[in-house]
Design a protein around this ligand. Structure first.
Ligand code: ADP
Ligand code: MG
Length: 250
């Protein structure tokens, strides 16, 4: 019988992470420790390995060297670890990835029913609860393409939350949105941050980073080049790479 485990104080521990695509090394010896409840913003130029890094954390990509422990479970390629991680680690993508042929409510209930074995009524109650939290309960019976991009992304956030994850990963969640919709998604993420959720967010929304992030990680060429408090790293970057990057995006 499995012992009841307390929430580990380290939500994510990454040590010496390396990954190759074919013969190309895209992550070089990355170390990152994330405390439970901590908010990390990851930024850096296109192709620097940000997506690959966070996809490794929920096992969407395998790694070739180093260790990843998420919510107390080591990701070593074994199926049991993978299943445990996918249940505990939610992910939100740039491109929403909702099922177009299912209603919003069905999009939210399918994984809890299939993966967690939650009964329909309970899954629907949970889904409505999270749709209220992202401020669109009235959209429950519609289909994804009837919603705006900002609404679809809020559904994607609610869908991830329906699995009641311990850790949430966001990969450029506002990059595909029209400017007027960015704020409604960032506001939902701010509210989620206030609940104490552990969050790793790839974003170039520096206002969000300054408000929410405990730490900002700057990546370039598959390496973690710098990390620090947002104000320190944005206003006083220590490396030329970070300086040049922030000069462009800030
Ligand atoms: P970022 O998210 O910072 O833009 P990525 O993690 O997407 O960076 O990509 C890091 C590097 O890995 C890039 O050089 C990219 O071209 C390469 N890459 C990403 N995904 C794949 C893949 N599936 N196959 C081969 N190369 C990939
Ligand atoms: Mg990316």
């Amino acid at each position: 019988m499995e012992e009841a485990r307390q929430a580990p104080s380290l939500a994510v521990s990454i040590q010496g992470l390396c990954k190759w695509y074919g013969s190309v090394q895209v992550l070089h010896d990355v170390d990152l420790k994330v405390a439970t409840g901590e908010k990390i913003v990851i930024c850096g130029p296109s192709g620097s390995g940000k997506s690959t890094l966070i996809r490794c954390i929920n096992g969407l990509e395998s790694h070739h060297a180093g260790r990843i422990v998420a919510n107390g479970v080591e990701l070593d390629g074994r199926t049991r670890g993978l299943e445990a991680i996918r249940r505990e680690v939610g992910m939100v993508f740039q491109s929403f990835n909702l099922f177009p042929h299912l209603t919003i409510l069905e999009n939210l209930t399918i994984a809890p029913m299939l993966v967690r074995g939650t009964r329909r009524r309970e899954a629907e109650a949970l889904a409505m609860n999270y749709l209220e939290r992202v401020h669109i309960p009235e959209q429950a019976r519609k289909f994804p393409l009837q919603l705006s991009g900002g609404q679809q992304q809020r559904v994607a956030i609610a869908r991830a939350l329906c699995m009641q994850p311990k850790i949430m990963l966001f990969d450029e969640p506002t990059s595909a949105l029209d400017p007027e919709m960015i704020k409604e998604v960032l506001d939902v993420m701010l509210e989620l941050a206030d609940t104490g959720m552990t969050m790793l967010v790839v974003t170039h929304e520096m206002g969000f980073a300054r408000t929410v992030a405990d730490r900002v990680v700057f990546m370039a060429d598959g390496r973690k080049v710098e990390e620090g408090a947002p104000n320190r790293i944005f206003d006083h970057p220590q490396t030329e790479r970070a300086h040049a990057f922030f000069r462009q995006v800030l």
